[in-house]
Ligand binder design. Structure first.
Ligand code: SF4
Length: 389
């Protein structure tokens, strides 16, 4: 199949440089294309096929023509494929009759690549929950981190979290009232890539929810807090450790996390708050004690306790964790659930982390699939023709 490619030059802000295009029915697709371009750190290579599988001629996407010509460098097919081969960090499968890369040298390369990525990315509560839900979801979303545009729910969550961070950052100095929170939310929402129609409905929903949330809690909240506390990596030594396949060296596991809000109760004793923008859940749902729940929220709180235990020589002692639902229930009531996490639960989580880290770094999940139909991650797996052992 013949291909052509266009390269956008280094360090240009593609978002600002795409010619303004009329709002058409394909606005959502244009948004996705636009978001994909802005993920690039240095340059973007766009390729398209000039013929389809039946050798019928195809046309490039109209979006490509909307990019300013002075930003584009046209590459020959041969040159771009050569570059692609050089840049490729991970080989999923060589074509038969060559041996599968899972075996022999290819297997070692894959393990080395995954171990390197795992060391670099560390393991966050979301990554762990994703792995427990499906290793391939973790593989694509958290390990390889394939770029994807935020869904409108994620865009909404980002704007809500950012406005609450603004609110608690300023409350220590002065209380600017409910309008500050709502204006901040609107400002953050305006920075999200959502269609105008979605923006209007998210704005209405957010203002209503955050406004009610403010009225419910503003008389009693704790303003002695840290917001968006980022823990970039604590080293967790495991009983058996992770043995590198190549050197035999024992590695620790690097744990990471961002805590929405840390409330000081007394001296260094804290309550950790995690905001949720979905529908409120019952206490049993949060804990994973009902049929329909997976316990992700509760596991997240246990993970935070584990993180804080090892962070900064134990500078913060986590007494409890709270899941704070920003959306009200059908009766317009707001809910928070607070839990005291036991040392035993932290120790159980450590065991789970050990198992998961071992499975990831030895590629033990490689052959796992399930019967989910139309699942995007196994779809990707097939596309990349991951081979079985
Ligand atoms: S179909 Fe594949 S990616 Fe989807 S849940 Fe099952 S194993 Fe995971």
């Amino acid at each position: 199949m013949k291909k052509e490619s266009k390269k956008i030059e280094k360090e240009k802000d593609a978002s600002a440089e795409i010619r303004s295009a009329p709002i058409l029915a394909d606005e959502d697709e244009r948004r996705l294309f636009y978001v994909a371009l802005t993920r690039a750190k240095e340059s973007v290579t766009i390729t398209y096929a000039r013929e389809d599988a039946e050798r019928r001629e195809t046309l490039p996407s109209a979006f490509i023509d909307e990019i300013k010509s002075e930003l584009v460098e046209q590459l020959s097919t041969e040159k771009s494929e050569e570059k692609f081969k050089e840049d490729r960090g991970f080989q999923f499968q060589s074509t038969s009759p060559q041996p599968s890369p899972y075996q022999g040298e290819g297997e070692n390369q894959n393990k080395a690549f995954v171990q390197e990525l795992f060391d670099k990315q560390g393991l966050s509560p979301t990554a762990l929950n994703n792995y427990l839900e499906c290793p391939w979801k973790y593989f694509y979303q958290n390990l390889i981190r394939i770029p994807s545009a935020p869904t409108i729910h994620q865009a909404y969550g980002i704007a809500v979290h950012a406005s609450l961070q603004d609110l608690f950052s300023i409350l220590k100095k002065e209380d600017k009232g409910k309008s500050f929170l709502l204006d901040s939310f609107e400002g953050h929402l305006n920075r999200q890539f959502v269609s105008e129609r979605d923006r209007a409905s998210l704005l209405e929903k957010g203002k209503k929810s955050l406004g009610g949330w403010y009225d419910t809690y503003s008389d009693s909240w704790n303003i002695n807090v840290l917001t968006e506390m980022r823990i970039n990596g604590i080293s967790l030594s495991l009983d058996t450790g992770l043995r590198r396949y190549d050197t035999g060296e024992i590695n620790d596991v690097r744990l990471t996390g961002v805590l929405d809000k840390v409330e000081f109760i007394e001296d260094n004793i804290v309550n950790v708050v995690d905001y949720k923008t979905g529908k409120p859940k019952t206490r049993n749902d949060v804990m994973g004690n009902t049929k329909s729940s997976n316990g992700n929220y509760y596991r997240q709180l246990v993970f935070y306790k584990l993180l804080l235990t090892h962070f900064n020589d134990g500078a913060y002692s986590m007494q409890s964790g709270t899941i704070d639902f920003i959306e009200p229930d059908e009766k317009e009531n707001y809910h928070k659930e607070t839990f005291e996490i036991s040392d035993e639960e932290v120790s159980e989580l450590t065991t789970t982390i050990q198992r998961v880290a071992d499975e990831i770094t030895t590629l033990a999940f490689w052959d796992k699939t399930c019967d989910e139909k139309d699942c995007e991650f196994c779809g990707l797996r097939k596309l990349m023709r991951v081979s079985s052992r």
